[in-house]
Design a protein. Structure first.
Length: 209
């Protein structure tokens, strides 16, 4: 029997992932949200789920600790790792990667300070725009940075825009459309081809329903 390990992203993505997995016939045998466990067997023998922080999903898949992963495109753009394929856009957890600035403030002239957790994405974006930017790495609450003059602008994911609005910010430049993607370890895709292909196929059908 082929063992398949699927690394899932906890939080918002997980809530939208579980119904998709269910449609594809993969269900955890116990309630993930009622448990503090990190590994869950599923109704498919040999297939288990890992519940991880989003930025750890590509790492687990790249090194083959998980065969398949589900992660936001924002995390994958930032990760820049190889070692995995990205065969499927799951169309869930949609949002936008944007820059945001204090409302009504015109563009900052001169050297820009940008706060973000997406350092690699931001570096590429400002380089493509030909703009000089000093990047400041934060791990959360990016919206605070412009209010406290830590940065002129931020790079973050935005869904409704309510969080920005509540903190006196507004979106400026669109960097990328984001949704959750399926990734597959390159070696596992060869050695466990049938089992992985069958999961990719079932998920791709559940996405289009
Ligand atoms: P919103 O107020 O709807 O623009 O979203 C506020 C926060 O929710 C953002 O700062 C993000 O950190 C988070 N968020 C938005 N969309 C997603 C998503 N698709 N996946 C994970 N987190 C998200």
């Amino acid at each position: 029997m082929t063992q398949i390990t699927l690394a899932l992203t906890k939080g918002r993505i997980l809530k939208e992932t579980l119904p998709l997995l269910k449609k594809a016939g993969i269900e955890p045998v116990e309630d993930i949200f009622a448990s503090r466990k990190l590994v869950f067997p599923t109704t498919i023998k040999g297939t288990r789920l890992l519940i991880l922080r989003g930025s750890d999903v590509p790492t687990y898949v790249q090194f083959g600790a998980a065969d398949i992963g589900i992660a936001g495109k924002d995390v994958l753009l930032e990760d820049q790792g190889d070692g995995y394929y990205e065969p499927l856009d799951l169309g869930i957890a949609r949002c936008q990667l944007m820059t945001a600035v204090p409302k009504g403030v015109s563009s900052h002239n001169g050297r820009l300070r940008v706060a973000t957790k997406y350092i690699n994405v931001a570096r590429r974006f400002y380089a493509e725009q030909g703009r000089q930017a000093d990047l400041i790495k934060l791990y959360g609450a990016m919206e605070l940075a412009p209010i406290l003059d830590l940065a002129h602008e931020i790079v973050d994911i935005v869904d409704t825009g309510n969080t920005l609005k509540a903190n006196g910010l507004e979106t400026r430049d669109h960097i990328a459309d984001i949704s959750a993607r399926l990734i597959v370890n390159k070696a596992a895709f060869k050695t466990k081809f049938n089992a992985i292909q069958s999961i990719v196929n079932s998920l791709s059908k559940s996405v289009s329903i």
